[in-house]
Design a protein around this ligand. Structure first.
Ligand SMILES: [Zn+2]
Length: 147
């Protein structure tokens, strides 16, 4: 984060990716985005492609620049977005994460059939492969046990 507030407002910051239900916005460097020049991860990627890495970096808050390189958007990988909050054991983010997970559990209990329907409709070949692999393994062990 820059030393002077004026400089921090002039530089572009990157909004930290978050789950879609979270209203709390913060930049990668931990500032409120209000009154600051903000770019999304997708906008930053497009800028790098257009003007190059070094020119794009020149316009950026270095903390946001360095941190944004390691993270992704919710749409690309929600696990990586949430993983940041799992690391925040003793902060307001940890409390927020706990409340969100409790709310998701309550939503599931209230709408279990709808949740199961959405899960079944999702195209997830990794899960399908894992499930098939477990079935094959159990089948082999079952046959082996019968001999
Ligand atoms: Zn920043």
């Amino acid at each position: 984060m820059p030393d002077t507030p004026e400089l921090a407002k002039e530089l572009n910051h990157v909004l930290r990716a978050k789950p879609p239900w979270r209203s709390w916005n913060v930049t990668e460097c931990g500032l409120s985005p209000v009154g600051r020049s903000i770019v999304t991860l997708d906008e930053l990627e497009a800028r790098v492609k257009k003007i190059g890495l070094q020119r794009a970096q020149f316009l950026m808050c270095l903390t946001c620049w360095n941190t944004a390189r390691w993270y992704t958007t919710w749409e690309h990988n929600p696990v990586r977005v949430y993983a940041r909050d799992f690391d925040a054991q003793y902060s307001p983010r940890a409390s927020l994460l706990r409340r969100e997970l409790e709310a998701l559990g309550a939503l599931y209990r209230a709408h279990a059939a709808e949740f199961e329907e959405i899960m079944a409709a999702m195209d997830n070949p990794e899960v399908d492969d894992l499930h098939k692999a477990r079935q094959r393994k159990q089948g082999r062990q079952g046959r082996r046990g019968q001999r």
